[in-house]
Design a protein around this ligand. Sequence first.
Ligand SMILES: Nc1ncnc2c1ncn2[C@@H]1O[C@H](COP(=O)(O)OP(=O)(O)OP(=O)(O)O)[C@@H](O)[C@H]1O
Length: 239
Amino acid sequence: MSIHLASSSLGLQGVHYHYKGRSGVGPLDFQVNSGEFLSIVGHSGSGKSTLLGLLAGFLRPQQGQIRVGEDVIHGPHPRLTLVQQEAALFPWLSVAGNLAFGLRTLPPSEQRARVEDALRLVHLEGYGQRRVHELSGGQRQRVSLARALAVQPGLLLLDEPFSALDVQTRSQLAHELLEIWRQAGVTIIFVTHHLEEAVLLGQRVIVLREGRVALDASTSQTDVAQLRALMGEQHAPVA
Ligand SMILES: Nc1ncnc2c1ncn2[C@@H]1O[C@H](COP(=O)(O)OP(=O)(O)OP(=O)(O)O)[C@@H](O)[C@H]1O
C-alpha cells in the first residue's frame, strides 16, 4: 500500500467569522481527535459553509485560531483536504490524470502507485484510463474521494458529498466511506443536512444553530428525533 494516512487532530479556539450585518459563526470552540469521525449538521443558514470555509482555509477567523495538529492554519493546509458536493474533476483528464494532478511533485512511480491504491480504496480498480464524462455520478464522487485520499490527507473535510446522488448510490457510498475510514484511520469531518446519515456514520455529532454549537454529543447517546427536536420547530424537518 502506497497511501499512508496519518490522521490529524483539529482544534478551534474562540473562532469568530462574521459577515457584514453580523451573521456568520462564533464563538466556536471544539476539538476533533485524531482518527475521529465527526458529523456536523444544521439547517440552512446555521453556519456550515462558513465553518467549512474556515477549516479549508478559504476564510480567515476574525478572532480565535484553528489548529491542525500543532499548526495554526493561515490558509489551505496540506494535511486537510476538502471533498465537495459536486465532484469538481477536470473533464479533459482521465481518471488517473485527475488523481495524479495533485501528486505532480512526486516521482512518476510513486504517483502511479498512489493512484492505483486510491482507486482500489474506492473500488474503481481498472478505471484509470476512463474519461470523467464516461462515469456515473456515484463513480465521479468516488474519483473525487480517491483524489483526496491520494494526497494522503490527515483530515478529510466532506461537504455534503453524497447529496447529488440517488438514494441507493448514496447509501452504498456512505457504507464505503465508513469502510475506508475504518481501514485508513483518517480523521473525517462530514457536513450534511441528512440527520440519519450523520448519526449512522459519525461517532460524534455537532449541531450548528445560528453559528454556534447547539449540541456536541456521541452518536451512541443521541438519536435523529433528538437532533430534529433540537434543531427547532420553526424549521421544516430534514429528510
Ligand atoms: N457572503 C455572505 N455575506 C453575508 N452573509 C452571509 C454570507 N454567506 C453566508 N452568510 C450568512 O451567514 C450565516 C451562515 O451561512 P452559511 O452559508 O454558513 O450557512 P449554511 O449552514 O452553510 O447554509 P446552507 O445549508 O443553506 O448552505 C447565514 O445567516 C447567512 O445568511
